[in-house]
Write a protein that binds this ligand. Sequence first.
Ligand code: SAH
Length: 390
Amino acid sequence: MGKVYLNKKISQRVSNGHPWIFSNEVNRVDEAIKPGDIVEVFTHDDKFVGKGYINPQSQIMVRLLTRHKNETVDEQFFYNRISKAWDYRKKIGYTENCRLIFGEADFIPALIIDKFNDYFVIQTLSLGIDIWKGVIVNALEKIFNPKGIYERNEVPVRELEGLEQKKGFLSQPFDTNIIIRENGLQFYVDIENGQKTGYFLDQQDNRRSIKHIVKGADVLGTFTYTGTFEIHAAHYGAKSVLGLDISENAVAQAVRNAALNKLENVCTFQTANAFDVLKQWGKEGRQYDVVMLDPPAFTKSRQNIQKAIAGYKEINLRGIKLTKPGGFLVTSSCTNLVSPEMFLETINIAAKDARRQLRQVTFKAQASDHPIIWGMENTNYLKFLIVQVL
Ligand code: SAH
């Protein structure tokens, strides 16, 4: 097995348990290695750090899979990791749908698996994990006997690893338009063409948090995608719900989902650019009892953080202005690089600009099936805030 020796100044991150080793942290690579090989990692003075997969082409040269010298990375290893991840989800209350594997947080870096009841959607985002795709599929077959497995690997980040972008069946072909249940409601999930893996499971716990504040309310939901928050609002007793998304396809799905739940009389959806429409409606003096914002990530690179923050400030300012005094703003951010503190501060500035005071109802992260591992900041990415706007 190839050996990798780290520089003398091993970064605190790695010794604290983070699995990423950047190329500038590596002193030398022993023996001939092939991209994707499992290697052993040592400190400069020959202390064992762990085993992981290597890709010299990637900035993250090694991603560690285990810190145990006696653990072998083989078919059984992946079976065990996936079984354990499922046991954990069951233990904390998930039964049908969950993010089964959340990469680093489940100690399988760069692997994402979403479980939609009997169907599984996989992303293998690095070369070192892509090599094990067949093994991972076998493990899923053994543990779950699934009705279908699909890969959504048309993700640009794979190109940094020298991988092509692609999507397709990893099991016998099946009808990729499925229906899942969530919080007593039903939603179509388009596994083949929906955004990301087809559905945003990371908000599944948070969608329940709006239950009380939407009762009898006129609700505006923006960045609605397939209408999940909006349909929850209607289910929990909202008087009227309007959902906006820039994608016509998303709006069509939202309309279908409202009908599936027999809530089409309460829910309306429109194709619109939220930035433009919210500004316009603010000028017109429109107001709602509850305004919900769930925009996509505004940046993936550090250079653009200020721009992303300006985006959050802008959209939240508009949202606050559209909220009736005593009404509620439900606002999210899934931009990894915007920390919870930065997010709260941005909302604070927006409220000051709007000359409105906020009373915090709840502040959370993503659903618990996307575990946050302390010491791995990148696993703590979603911010979900409900405030009363006074
Ligand atoms: N709330 C959804 C997820 C939203 S994902 C859920 O819980 O499932 C973000 C959505 O914002 C995408 O559907 C995307 O099409 C939409 N979007 C992106 N830019 C937009 C804009 N300027 N105005 C309105 N919608 C936008």
